[in-house]
Design a binder for this molecule. Structure first.
Ligand code: BDR
Ligand code: CA
Length: 325
């Protein structure tokens, strides 16, 4: 089983990432980061999810609450209750957790685990503050990590702004540190994750599993998909975060393309944008174009997710949820 650390801010789709990962991978620990809600709330949510799924053997370490680089908005706007609610995990009623976090700080947990364990992959599904802090604190983890498979960014348009996706927008400096680190990065951006929208059909399939975790997830998705329908008029809600887990379980399910990705940190209108150089993918009819574009950008390249098989994704997710109590 592949060894992973999940770095997250649950968050409805973060919860799904945890459940999918724990069904197939050796989850060495979960670190929490301020994002969808405050650090306190997302940490508490993580503990609740683990208790509900009887995954209490997985250690949880609380990480960074605030970004390394504050975005150009009032920080009280960062924790957007629109989609995830005031708790960050609105919908299901879960009891307050009995388990607690471990004593280590999340950043220390990442550093210590990666330094003592070979071939760990990080799966960040929130702002990249913890991962960037770990890379800064102990640069030797760059050579020890198997890779980073993250949810964040976008090939073209954004969700928080016209050009920026939430996880990158919250901490663009952290994203820059991660993307330029030289660690192999797989990016599951919203161009990819919007291909796996959960609708009432999928919620029905999950509810009919008739187990505790299935009911919990169906309640989560009722709230999440309901918010997205109300706010954006879409028929379903994109399950962003579990996409970052998929390459560790089934590498064929997502088609990736290597390209140079720069993080916009100082743009007037584009702060938090993942500037993806995909000129070589354009159907220009000019054979030289591909060569020229490849020559332009220096490595490191990021593997940017372009296509995911929707049917196989939902089958994998629902089959995994069926294995829980
Ligand atoms: C990302 O932002 C959060 O709302 C989700 O949990 C996901 O990680 C999508 O832009
Ligand atoms: Ca998230």
């Amino acid at each position: 089983m592949k060894k992973v650390i999940i770095d997250c801010d649950p968050g409805h789709d973060d919860a799904l990432a945890i459940l999918l990962a724990a069904g197939h991978l050796d989850v060495l620990g979960i670190t929490t980061v301020g994002g969808n809600q405050t650090l306190e709330k997302v940490t508490n949510n993580t503990l609740k999810i683990l208790e509900c799924a009887e995954l209490t053997h997985i250690p949880v370490a609380r990480g960074m609450g605030e970004p390394l680089m504050a975005p150009r908005i009032d920080t009280s706007d960062i924790h957007g209750p629109d989609v995830h609610g005031t708790t960050g995990l609105d919908g299901p009623e879960l009891p307050e957790p009995d388990i607690s976090i471990i004593a280590s700080h999340g950043v220390d947990f990442i550093v210590d685990t990666v330094m003592s364990t070979n071939d760990v992959t990080l799966i960040p599904t929130g702002p990249l503050t913890n991962v960037a802090s770990a890379l800064r604190r102990e640069p030797r983890i760059k050579d020890r990590l198997a890779g980073i498979s993250l949810m964040g960014g976008n090939l073209a348009i954004g969700n928080v702004t016209a050009t920026a996706e939430f996880n990158i927008y919250v901490d663009p400096l952290a994203a820059h540190i991660v993307f330029s680190s030289g660690v192999p990065v797989k990016m599951c951006g919203i161009n990819l994750t919007r291909q796996v929208m959960a609708t009432d059909v999928e919620i029905g399939r999950i509810r009919s599993l008739n187990n505790r975790v299935g009911t919990f997830v169906a309640d989560l998705l009722d709230f999440y998909v309901g918010s997205i329908k109300r706010l954006y008029g879409l028929p379903g809600g994109a399950l962003h975060d579990p996409c970052a887990v998929v390459p560790l379980i089934n590498p064929q399910m997502i088609q990736f393309e290597p390209m140079r990705v720069a993080i916009e940190r100082y743009g007037e209108h584009t702060t938090g944008m993942t500037v993806c150089d995909y000129r070589h993918l354009q159907d220009s009819g000019n054979a030289d174009f591909r060569t020229i574009a490849r020559r332009k950008g220096a490595p490191p390249y990021t593997d940017v997710g372009l296509k995911i098989n929707r049917d196989r994704f939902f089958d994998l997710l629902i089959e995994t949820l069926a294995t829980y109590p």
